[in-house]
Design a protein. Structure first.
Length: 349
């Protein structure tokens, strides 16, 4: 039976809990705050697969020294428009935020900023980073790559990554568009979420270790690529644009059996709209296009046509008012973590 999301917590309480967990686990106050912020940011927008249910996994990475609690992030190369960053296995949000900020700074003078972020860890929802560029009246693009965890089209084993991409563009009156998607038919986080909520997976989205299709999230080990060759092709090209471009391949060493450690690489791009058209004119054009798309007649199975980021914005408004729902399993896992760290859980009354 599906799990009822009976537990609801105000976002500020969940943020405080997550921050304290990360501080007690070795992160600095600033890094703990940023790590907690992105997880709650995800939960507020209904991206629960990338929310606080990730905390136990992140703590495992810290304990196994695959995530560095005290990273020394450094710039290893830069030009007028580009930067290459060594993330030193930092918590993903710390390295990726720094990368997008670098891209924005480059774009202010060069028109575009291209930042490669190497040797980092799971970075959460990429829309979090593209919205940073949007707030500066810029277009933001973010891509992440990792070890093989998705089936390559035509294969029954993991050969490629579920590499996500986000593209964010500013619109008028906060009518910004933020596309945030994986190259897989289902993310590994969604599989974890399905387990936590007692749900089945959609058909043709994942396979077992032996390569058999399954809708049982407890048996699903390998996501399938989105659109078959399209998803696996995009993921492959993302590896060439990120990992290979900075000489830090992730897929080939893992496939050859030479590397098993968790690591990710990223790309952050910022485009200065004012170097092409005034930012206000661009936002007006985005808004005008959005208005016309919203007028399209919806299918009978849809209430309305939704634009990229619109569903998340609606969920944000509802959860800011009524709290963030959590499955019992997620709450229990957080309680176990808190108990080990001698942290008092928030009162649910």
């Amino acid at each position: 039976m599906p799990t009822i999301l009976s537990i609801k917590l105000p976002s500020k309480n969940l943020l405080s809990l997550a921050q304290e967990i990360f501080e007690r686990s070795g992160l600095s106050g600033d890094h703990a705050q940023k790590q907690a912020e992105i997880l709650v940011w995800a939960n507020l927008r209904g991206i629960d697969s990338h929310g606080v249910l990730r905390i136990p996994r992140y703590l495992d990475l810290l304990q196994n020294k695959e995530m560095n609690a005290k990273p020394n992030i450094s710039i290893v190369n830069e030009t007028a428009a580009s930067t290459v960053i060594d993330g030193d296995q930092a918590p993903g949000v710390i390295a990726m935020r720094f990368g997008m900020e670098q891209a924005i700074n480059k774009a202010k003078s060069a028109g575009i900023g291209w930042t490669l972020i190497g040797k980092t860890t799971h970075s959460g929802p990429l829309g979090y980073y593209t919205q940073i560029a949007i707030k500066k009246d810029m277009i933001g693009i973010a891509i992440m790559t990792s070890r093989p965890n998705m089936a390559y089209h035509g294969s029954k084993t993991a050969g490629i990554a579920t590499s996500p991409i986000s593209i964010g563009v500013p619109g008028g009156s906060d009518g910004s568009l933020i596309l945030d998607m994986s190259t897989s038919a289902i993310t590994r986080g969604k599989i974890k979420e399905a387990i936590a909520r007692g749900l089945s997976l959609p058909e043709n989205t994942a396979i077992t270790d032996s390569g058999e299709p399954t809708t049982d999230p407890t048996l699903a080990k390998i996501p399938m690529p989105l659109g078959g060759p399209k998803g696996s092709g995009l993921s492959l090209m993302f590896e060439t644009l990120t990992s290979l471009l900075m000489g830090l391949p992730l897929l080939e060493p893992a496939l050859a059996g030479r590397e098993k450690k968790h690591s990710q690489n990223g790309l952050a791009i910022a485009i200065n709209i004012n170097d092409f058209i005034t930012a206000q004119k661009y936002k007006d054009l985005v808004t005008a296009l959005s208005i016309q798309l919203k007028k399209l007649p919806a299918l009978d199975t849809y209430n309305s046509v939704l634009l990229p980021g619109e569903s998340g914005q609606r969920t944000l408004e509802e959860r800011q008012k009524n709290g963030i729902p959590l499955p019992d399993k997620t709450w229990q896992e957080l309680s176990l973590v808190a108990n080990k760290l001698n942290i008092t859980m928030p009162n649910l009354s």
